[in-house]
Design a protein around this ligand. Structure first.
Ligand SMILES: [Zn+2]
Length: 350
């Protein structure tokens, strides 16, 4: 056996070992081995939930104008233009970061910005977070990505066009910012963290294995894992990720990497709030910022409108194809989910 073959065998065994652990949701995954080694992100697809077998939930409705307020914020965000740091940072990228922070401050929160340069890509990224302390220190994270797909400089000319990412990027940022004042003034059982992640979109046009995507979530999870439990500000119990939540013809798919229990809660919340027609008619896995969390053993769900979305990574992903009503629907579902997530995922029982 050549030295190369032996190395390949060791790498293959290491990959199998890593994958096996990941399937048990306990694996060290991307932290294992060399930092330089590229990590493929492949969580396990879970079976669909039984939609007849969900526990009824008490509906929690967002204020009636929340969708409208989110839509106004979306309009502001789209006005910043493209928002990413692929190649060179766009003006919209830094304008949006300032906007997110200002909105969080206006909501009475204290945003924290984490800026770093990826050593392999030599690109700078920024995550922003803000925490609403709860009665318990146990934490539920509501997250989104704030970057837009870079649609310049690709080899295939059809991938180069003007793109503002109204739904893909803008919508979930706008919705979390619209929810921020409500969450900030109504502390709940769980500590709630609002998290705006950078660099979700793949630098390559195609996602491939995700090794050139999800920069912000990988960074966040890596820092979380490197902090010893006794030094963590509060235990992270669940992640609810929002992505593409404003399409006029909203359809949030049942995303099949997502934690089964969280999917049951999300669908029950859709039923309780009368939003069933916009949720879980179709099912498919989607790689997104929840994947690094899942691989770290943190229960996570992705509420995403990707499957069959004709505007995804297209010039038509504009505000004209988004609606306040869709964001209102998702807000109702998220607010209805929270008490059920607290009951099921906080460990200290009241
Ligand atoms: Zn995208």
């Amino acid at each position: 056996m050549s030295r190369t073959a032996a190395t390949l065998l060791i790498l293959a065994l290491a990959a199998c070992f890593g994958a096996g652990l990941a399937h048990q949701r306990t694996g060290p995954s991307f932290q294992q081995g060399s930092r330089q080694q590229r990590q493929a992100y492949e969580p396990r697809v879970q079976p669909q939930i039984d939609q007849e077998e969900v526990d009824p939930l008490e509906p929690v409705r967002a204020p009636v104008d929340l969708g409208e307020r989110a839509f106004e914020k979306l309009s502001t965000i789209v006005g910043f233009g493209p928002r990413h740091t692929a190649a060179t940072p766009t003006p919209g990228w830094s304008r949006q970061l300032d906007y997110i922070e200002n909105e969080l401050v206006a909501a009475g929160l204290q945003p924290e910005r984490d800026t770093w340069t990826d050593r392999r890509e030599l690109l700078t990224f920024s995550n922003v977070r803000a925490v609403v302390p709860g009665r318990s220190k146990e934490r539920i994270v509501l997250a989104c990505h704030h970057d837009t797909k870079c649609t310049q400089g690709h080899a295939d000319p059809k991938n180069n066009f003007h793109f503002v990412g109204a739904n893909d990027g803008g919508s979930a940022v706008a919705l979390l910012l619209a929810l921020a004042p409500l969450l900030a003034t109504n502390p709940r059982e769980a500590t709630i963290e609002l998290l705006f992640l950078d660099g979700e979109e793949s630098l390559d046009w195609r996602w491939n294995d995700g090794s050139r995507a999800m920069f912000g979530s990988k960074r966040y999870v890596q820092r979380h894992r490197e902090t010893p439990p006794e030094k963590q500000e509060s235990p992270l119990r669940a992640l609810v990720l929002l992505d593409m939540v404003a399409r006029t013809d909203l359809h949030i798919q049942e995303e099949l990497y997502s934690d089964t229990g969280l999917r049951q809660i999300a669908f029950a919340a859709a039923v309780a709030t009368g939003r069933k027609s916009s949720f879980f008619k179709a099912a498919e896995s989607a790689s997104d910022d929840h994947v690094p969390f899942l691989e770290a053993g943190i229960p996570a769900i992705d509420l995403i409108d990707l499957k069959g979305n004709p505007h995804w990574h297209e010039p038509t992903d504009t505000i004209e194809n988004c609606s306040a009503a869709s964001m209102q629907a998702v807000a109702d579902v998220v607010l209805t989910m929270l008490p059920a997530v607290e009951r099921a995922y906080l460990k200290a029982k009241r």
